[in-house]
Design a protein around this ligand. Structure first.
Ligand code: NAD
Length: 486
């Protein structure tokens, strides 16, 4: 029989009304540790009835929560940030155990980013303001009101951080929220639920369900009492969520979907800086990241040197247990994901591209995939067009600025891109011409609590973080006064 790791502090049930409750019919999901392929834990799997109960609980809570003083909302978000910081080692261990995320990435990036977002949006709680406008009849004022019962559906690649990107602005704006955590790695959510109760959130303000996407996620998307849903995940499922909204109550939808980010390296760039960021852009979190810089275009004058040094650097990866400090590369999330990544190796070869390194699974237990890169990839090759969601780079040369802009935009996605150049005029021209929700210059893919993040084209719509991210969780009401009457 497979061994089971003892999980300290991680409840295995969903939270509704601040109570840990089993799923209807005691339905469960078995979790695997992707580093060992051994059974890790069994958690309850929320059913349609459990979604109904959670939404009803959030609806009841909303009737009083919507009038909670801004200082109360601010205080709870700050308290939650403090508790997450205090419990960082435990949360990071859980993310390593079920998602294979490096412990040091969780403590060094995911948790600090989550804490920063909680504190940033806490500051907005008393600044969700409207405007005063002059109109022909007199005066109008606008209020930014909460939307009501909201829902969040979260993917497995950075589960805590993405959950907080939704929870923090939703609560700052005065909504209640039901969160569905990813079925492959829900343990962070069980711990988060415990901390939410400990922070003193009133029952029903935040409910956390662990369940299958096709059951609990689909039920939330179709629910008549959910007024907004914020979804992060694949473009295919995002489209289903949109259809569910259209078929039910036209709930507001924001979609943070896939990407196929272009990193563009001009020959005047700081070479080592470009090498560092492009390498990081496709290896961090094993490339399982929506903003991965998975397409790398390099100017022909420096192409051969870049390809050689890029490939040499990938050999430095230390594969192993994500809990260990010396590990720089953990497993990918599942056997399915590993096979999907590897299926693109044959596609790369048959398209005529050159395999530079990797292209295989690594020996031993666990879903480990070697860093992989192809050079001389044609623009139409599947590995240049499709999101692979793995440590898999597709590299190609370009001659001119015009050519590389056309290539970078030749994708159905538009989430994040990077430009490397020392020429400020070129940086302005190229960032302006790239069709993407975010473009970074001389760095790759940073996310900041005060800066809006989100996609265009099939990468979705709506923004997270920043003031724009807050406004996604509000509804504007105009109140007009006729001042021309006696
Ligand atoms: P996924 O679409 O398979 O699942 C995402 C979430 O949706 C999970 O919680 C899942 O349970 C749920 N789900 C599945 N089927 C559903 C359905 N029919 N109805 C409602 N919910 C359902 O994606 P994934 O494999 O977990 O994550 C990888 C994808 O997420 C990639 O495409 C990646 O680019 C994208 N992503 C985007 C961002 C962003 O901010 N744009 C961030 C991270 C990941």
């Amino acid at each position: 029989m497979a061994s089971t790791v003892t999980l300290t502090g991680a409840e295995n049930r969903s939270v509704t009304d601040n109570e840990f409750v089993p799923a209807t019919g005691n339905a469960t999901i078995d979790l695997e540790n992707p580093s060992t392929c051994k059974h890790l834990a069994t958690v309850s799997a929320a059913q349609v009835e459990d979604v109904d109960k959670a939404v009803a609980s959030s609806k009841k809570a909303y009737s009083t929560w919507k009038d909670a003083a801004p200082g109360v909302r601010r205080g709870l978000l700050i308290k939650l940030a403090d508790l997450i910081e205090e419990h960082a080692p435990e949360i990071a261990s859980l993310e390593s155990l079920d998602a294979g995320i490096l412990y040091r990435d969780s403590t060094g990036l995911h948790i600090p980013q989550s804490v920063e977002n909680l504190r940033y949006f806490a500051g907005w709680a008393d600044k969700v303001d409207g405007e005063t406008l002059k109109i022909q009849e007199g005066m109008a004022i606008t209020h930014r009101e909460p939307i009501g019962v909201c829902a969040a559906i979260v993917p497995w690649n950075s589960p805590l951080m993405i959950t907080i990107w939704k929870l923090a602005p939703a609560i700052a704006a005065g909504n209640t929220i039901v969160i569905k955590t990813p079925e492959l790695c829900p343990l962070f959510g069980q711990k988060l639920a415990e901390l939410i109760v400990k922070a003193g959130f009133p029952p029903g303000v935040v409910n956390i369900l662990c369940g299958l996407g096709t059951v609990a996620g689909a039920a939330l998307s179709a629910h008549m009492d959910v007024r907004k849903i914020s979804f992060t995940g694949s473009s295919a499922v995002g489209k289903q969520v949109l259809i569910s909204s259209a078929k039910s109550n036209l709930k507001r939808v924001t979609l943070e979907l896939g990407g196929k980010g272009a990193s563009i390296v001009f020959d005047d760039a700081d070479f080592d800086n470009a090498l560092f960021w492009t390498g990081l852009g496709i290896s961090v979190n094993n490339g399982q990241i929506c903003i991965a810089g998975s397409r790398i275009y390099v100017q022909d004058t420096i192409y051969d040197k870049f390809v050689k040094e890029f490939s040499a650097r990938s050999a430095n990866a230390v594969h192993g247990d994500p809990l260990l400090p010396e590990t720089t590369k953990g497993p990918v999330i599942s056997a399915v994901q590993r096979e999907r990544i590897l299926s693109f190796v044959d596609k790369g070869k048959s398209s005529g591209a050159t395999l530079l390194h990797g292209g295989k699974a690594l020996e031993g237990a666990g879903h480990f995939v070697a860093n992989t890169a192809f050079s001389d990839v044609s623009q139409s090759a599947p590995i240049m067009q499709q999101e692979i969601f793995g440590p898999f780079a597709s590299i190609a040369p370009f001659k001119t600025e015009e050519e590389v802009i056309a290539k970078a935009n030749d994708t159905t996605y538009g989430l994040s891109a990077a430009v490397f150049t020392k020429d400020i005029n070129r940086a302005f021209r190229v960032t302006g011409a790239i069709e993407s929700g975010q473009v970074t210059v001389n760095m790759w893919g940073t996310v900041n609590a005060n800066t809006p993040f989100g996609g265009i084209k099939e990468s979705g719509f709506g923004r997270e973080m920043g003031k724009d991210g807050l406004e996604e969780w509000t509804s504007v009401k105009s109140v007009k006064f006729n001042l021309m009457q006696g």
